[in-house]
Design a binder for this molecule. Structure first.
Ligand code: ATP
Ligand code: MG
Length: 509
C-alpha cells in the first residue's frame, strides 16, 4: 500500500520500505531508502504487553524490532543496550504524567543460526493444535525478545471519550463504587483518574507498588524464589499499612492505586482478603498494568468477597475475561474491535451512555420487574384464596366457584395485560428526574422493592382482597353465588386496586 502524497513508507505482506525525507538528512540532502524483508511478526497480546517483528535488511542482516510497555521492556535490555535508559525512563514518566500513553522501542541483531533455530521452534509452536498453543508461542518468543538495545520511546495521546468524567461523577453520586482496571502505566492511570474525576484533590492516595529500592536490590540477585518472597512480603506490608491508615482516619477519602506486579501477589490466597478489605475502605480503586487475567480475577474477588452485583464495562479484547466474570458485562463498540461486544451482555456505543442505561433504565427496570413479580403473586394468591373460601362455604363438596373457561384463561387472558403493562411501561419518575437525582438508583442497590417484607405484604394484600371479594359476592350478592358475579366483581376490584391503590379499594367498599 502506498500512502498517497507522502511516499514515506511502503508495506506489503513481505516487505517494508522506509524512505527518509530529504529534510531529515539536511547534511547530505539525499533521500535514503531502506528496504526490509519482513520475516516474522510476534503478535501483541495483553499479557506479553509487547510485540516484535523480525526483518532482514538490504545487507542481509537479521534484526528484531520490539515495542511494548516499559514494565516489560526495560527488563529485557542487554547490559550494553542501556545507554539511554535513565533519560528514557525520565522522559517516559514525564509523558505518562501528562496522561500520554507510552511505548518503549528496542532492537536486537540476530545471527543466522539463532534465527533458524527460533524460526523452527516458532513455526512448530504456531502449528501446534494443543490447548497450550499460546503458552508454547510465548515460551519461544520469550527466548528471542531479550538482550535488546534501547532505541527510545514514543508517546501518543489517548483521549477519553466525550462525557466520561460527568458520567463517572453521576455514577459515584448514585452510590456506585467504581474500580478502574487498566493495562496502562501507573502515572498515566493516575492522570486519567484525575481527568475522569475518580481521583480528586485532597484525596489521600495509597500506592502499592514494587518499584521500591529494596525490591530493585533483591531483583539484582536474580533468584526467583527470593524475589517472590520479598515481593509478597512487601505487598503484604504495604496493604497492612494502608489498612491501618484507613482505619485511623476520620472522614478522609482514600484512593488505592496498585500496579500489576503487586496485584499478582495481592491476589494470592493469603493476601487477597486483606487487599479486598483495604479496597472496600477506599473511595476509588485503580489497578494499573493489569493483565486480562488479573482483571477477571479482581472482578471475581469482589463478586465472591462482598456478594454485591458487579458490572464490568470495557472496549478491548483484554477486557473479555472481566466482562464474562462480572454479573453484568457491557461492551463498548469502537476502534478496539468487536471482541468485547461479542462477549458482553449489553453493548453500547459510548461510555457516557452507561449513565442513562443505569440511572434511568436500570431504575425503571428494577421497579417494573420487582412490582411485576409481586403483582403476579398477588393476583394468584387472591384467586386461590377465593376458591378456598368458596370451597369452605360449600362444605368442601367439590363444587367449583368459577367455570372451566375462566379457570383456564385467568392468567393467560383475563389478568395478563395489567401485569404486562406494568412490567413494560411503568415509570415512577421521568427520565429527567432519574438523571437529576442519581440517588434514586439506590432503591435498586438496597433492594427495597423486592425485600421479604414487601413480598409478604403483597401476599397479605392478596389474602385481604380475596376475603373482600368473597364476602362481597357471597354475602351482598344473591344467596346463590353466581360465578359471573365473581368474575365481574373480582375483575372490577383488581382494576380499582391496580389503578388507584389499596386506599381506593377500601374507600369503595
Ligand atoms: N500494539 C501494541 N504493541 C506493543 N505494545 C502495546 C501495543 N498495544 C499496547 N501495548 C502496550 O501494552 C500495554 C497493555 O495493553 P492493554 O491493551 O492490555 O491495555 P491498555 O490498552 O493499556 O489499557 P486498557 O486496559 O485501559 O485498554 C499498553 O499499556 C502498552 O504499553
Ligand atoms: Mg486497550
Amino acid at each position: 500500500m502506498v500512502k498517497e502524497g507522502i511516499e514515506d513508507w511502503r508495506r506489503n505482506q513481505q516487505d517494508v520500505e522506509v524512505n527518509n525525507r530529504k529534510e531529515w538528512y539536511p547534511v547530505s540532502g539525499e533521500r535514503v531508502e531502506w528496504s526490509y524483508k519482513l520475516l516474522n511478526v510476534l503478535e501483541f497480546d495483553s499479557s506479553r504487553k509487547r510485540m516484535s517483528v523480525i526483518v532482514r535488511n538490504e545487507e542481509g542482516k537479521l534484526l528484531l524490532f520490539c515495542k511494548g510497555a516499559d514494565s516489560v521492556m526495560f527488563e529485557r535490555l542487554a547490559e550494553n543496550g542501556r545507554e539511554y535508559e535513565k533519560e528514557t525512563r525520565e522522559h517516559v514518566n514525564e509523558y505518562a504524567d501528562t496522561g500520554l500513553r507510552t511505548l518503549i522501542l528496542a532492537y536486537r541483531k540476530l545471527s543466522e543460526e539463532e534465527y533458524t533455530l527460533f524460526n523452527e521452534k516458532f513455526t512448530e509452536a504456531k502449528n501446534a493444535v494443543s490447548a497450550n498453543r499460546q503458552e508454547l508461542i510465548d515460551e519461544v518468543t520469550e527466548e528471542i525478545e531479550k538482550d535488546m538495545i534501547l532505541l527510545g520511546a514514543t508517546a501518543v495521546e489517548d483521549k477519553l471519550q466525550q462525557g466520561v468524567p460527568e458520567c463517572i461523577d453521576k455514577l459515584a453520586q448514585a452510590g456506585i463504587k467504581i474500580w478502574v482496571l487498566t493495562g496502562d502505566k501507573m502515572e498515566t492511570a493516575i492522570n486519567i483518574g484525575y481527568a475522569c474525576s475518580l481521583l480528586r484533590e485532597g484525596m489521600k492516595q495509597i500506592l502499592v507498588s514494587l518499584d521500591t529500592e529494596e525490591i530493585t536490590t533483591v531483583e539484582k540477585t536474580g533468584d526467583k524464589n527470593v524475589i517472590a518472597k520479598a515481593s509478597k512480603q512487601s505487598v503484604l506490608q504495604q496493604i497492612t499499612e494502608g489498612k491501618s491508615l484507613v482505619a485511623n482516619s476520620g472522614s478522609e477519602a482514600f484512593a488505592l492505586i496498585i500496579d500489576g506486579k503487586s496485584l499478582a501477589y495481592a491476589l494470592d490466597d493469603g493476601v487477597k482478603n486483606l487487599f479486598l478489605d483495604l479496597a472496600i475502605g477506599c473511595a476509588s480503586v485503580i489497578c494499573c498494568r493489569s493483565s486480562p487475567k488479573q482483571k477477571a480475577l479482581v472482578t471475581r474477588l469482589v463478586k465472591d468477597g462482598i456478594h454485591k452485583t458487579t458490572l464490568a464495562i470495557g472496549d478491548g479484547a483484554n477486557d473479555v475475561g472481566m466482562l464474562q466474570e462480572a454479573d453484568i458485562g457491557i461492551g463498548i463498540s469502537g476502534v478496539e474491535g468487536m471482541q468485547a461486544v461479542m462477549s458482553s451482555d449489553i453493548a453500547i456505543a459510548q461510555f457516557r451512555f452507561l449513565e442513562r442505561l443505569l440511572l434511568v433504565h436500570g431504575h425503571w427496570c428494577y421497579r417494573r420487574i420487582s412490582s411485576m413479580i409481586c403483582y403476579f403473586f398477588y393476583k394468584n394468591v387472591t384467586f386461590g384464596i377465593t376458591l378456598f373460601l368458596y370451597e369452605a362455604h360449600s362444605s368442601f363438596s367439590g363444587q367449583t366457584a368459577y367455570n372451566d373457561w375462566f379457570l383456564s384463561l385467568y392468567n393467560v387472558f383475563f389478568t395478563s395485560l395489567p401485569v404486562i403493562a406494568m412490567g413494560v411501561f411503568d415509570q415512577d419518575v421521568s427520565a429527567r428526574l432519574c438523571l437529576k437525582f442519581p440517588l434514586l438508583y439506590q432503591e435498586g442497590v438496597q433492594n427495597s422493592l423486592f425485600s421479604w417484607r414487601r413480598i409478604v405484604g403483597w401476599m397479605l394484600n392478596g389474602v385481604s382482597s380475596a376475603v373482600i371479594i368473597y364476602y362481597f359476592c357471597a354475602r351482598t350478592g344473591a344467596v346463590i353465588i353466581d360465578s359471573t358475579w365473581l368474575v365481574f366483581g373480582f375483575g372490577a376490584l383488581l382494576v380499582v386496586h391496580w389503578s388507584w391503590g389499596r386506599d381506593a379499594l377500601i374507600f369503595l367498599l
